[in-house]
Design a binder for this molecule. Structure first.
Ligand code: PMP
Ligand code: GLU
Length: 394
């Protein structure tokens, strides 16, 4: 008997989680690993948010909440989205889920029929293709250009569209590239997608982590018509350093929200009541701490970029969002040996230099590595010293 469903035959485990876990396991064995693999802020959740969770416990907010989230959190999210995206939003357009990852998954489950195609610009975050497959859809990858800040263009979209295309995915600022979609390219892309009557899913989880005076543009704001075809995904994980709290949300067409609610009602029910209460405070109170965090991210990014580019065989663009750099390391892969690839290089760096990175292949970009700079300057310098030293042996 085949115990495991064939649905999982083509599904891969999350590579980002796997590499992060590998680094953590080696650390727990006593190895002094420098980890550039984790995709989460190293800052503590701000104290006023932690205190709100404690208060929620004291106030007895320990029961089920409505399946799609508390009115308080939906109201807070609707208000903050109206303010920042300049598009009026009410609570019927909001669903609260167990992290943005859960919201993305439920969206694909809600909108895709067997064989529907989802256009995923590559490089892409590792979970998108597998989530689409789990929902019965077919991911269609379109390679973007670094010089477009890795943004899909309207022309590329038009070429990739077939009668089966239903959704196009946009993720700016991007994981893994850190690229922020330039307004001019994004606006044309949104126009084209809506002209073709596609749905747009916009993963905006890194919206607030953006540098060098660059502005964030949401496809929801840019859409001149059919705004109901745009679905925004966001959450507290990255902006507020709350990855473990598992709160994310979706904003979009009430018909899609209601379908996703049906899925949640038969699977997870509500996201944790206490985390929802604390997230109300996160979303509604001052976000002053972000200026300091973002200036620390910039300093760290600059050290990484300068030092990586000084290494033979490494070329790295300066990204303006998220907390990742995504260097091209093809010459190093070649040096490593015939038939070697970026996964071998990441493994070699972990064993030889005790530095954890994530290879580009699971992001759809062979020949690249992803390094997170959500860690201290000391550790960044220590890790890069080690990489430099190890590369002398290649
Ligand atoms: N989208 C992207 C691009 C991400 O990097 C992450 C990070 N895990 C998520 C969604 C999911 O975030 P979470 O589930 O922690 O809200
Ligand atoms: N999004 C983060 C990353 O890319 C966290 C891990 C995950 O959920 O995939 O590393």
């Amino acid at each position: 008997m085949k115990k495991i469903s064939s649905r999982l035959d083509s599904i891969k485990p999350s590579a980002t989680l796997a590499f992060t876990q590998k680094a953590a396991d080696l650390k727990s064995q006593g190895l002094d690993i420098v980890a550039f693999s984790a995709g989460e802020p190293d800052f503590e959740t701000p104290l006023h948010i932690v205190n709100a969770a404690k208060k929620a416990l004291d106030d007895g907010l320990t029961r089920y909440t409505p399946v799609t989230g508390t009115i308080a959190l939906k109201t807070a999210v609707a208000q903050s989205s109206s303010d920042c995206r300049k598009v009026p939003c009410d609570t019927k357009q909001v669903i609260i889920g167990v992290g943005a990852k859960h919201v993305l998954y439920n969206y694909f489950m809600a909108v895709l029929d067997e064989g529907d195609e989802v256009i995923i610009p590559s490089p892409y975050w590792v979970s998108y293709p597998d989530q689409v497959c789990l929902a019965g859809g077919t991911p269609v990858f379109v390679e973007t250009r670094p010089e477009d800040n890795w943004t899909l263009t309207a022309e590329q979209l038009e070429k990739a569209v077939t009668p089966k295309t239903k959704v196009v995915l946009i993720n700016s600022p991007s994981n893994p590239t850190g690229g922020v979609a330039p307004k001019a390219i994004l606006e044309k892309l949104v126009d084209k997608a809506l002209e073709l009557d596609l749905l747009i899913i916009s993963d905006e989880i890194y919206r607030d982590i953006i540098y060098d005076g660059v502005e964030f543009h949401s496809p929801l704001t840019l859409a001149k018509e059919k705004k109901e075809n745009v679905f925004v995904v966001d959450g507290v994980s990255k902006t507020f350093a709350m990855t473990g709290w598992r709160i994310g949300w979706g904003i979009g067409d009430p018909a899609i929200i209601s379908a996703m609610g049906k899925i949640q009602g038969q699977s997870t029910s509500n996201a944790t009541s206490i985390a929802q209460a604390a997230s109300v405070i996160a979303v509604t109170k001052s976000m002053d701490f972000l200026d300091d965090w973002n200036s620390q991210y910039v300093e760290r990014r600059d050290i990484m970029i300068e030092r990586l580019n000084a290494m033979d065989g490494v070329t790295c663009r300066t990204p303006q969002g998220a907390f990742y750099v995504f260097p091209n390391v093809e010459p190093l892969v070649k040096k490593l040996g015939k038939d070697k690839n970026d996964v071998d290089l990441a493994t070699w760096l972990l064993e030889e230099a005790l530095v954890a990175t994530v290879p580009g292949t699971p992001f759809g970009a062979p020949g690249y590595l992803r390094l997170s700079y959500a860690t201290s300057k000391e550790l960044i310098n220590k890790g890069l010293d080690r990489i430099e030293e190890a590369l002398k042996k290649l």
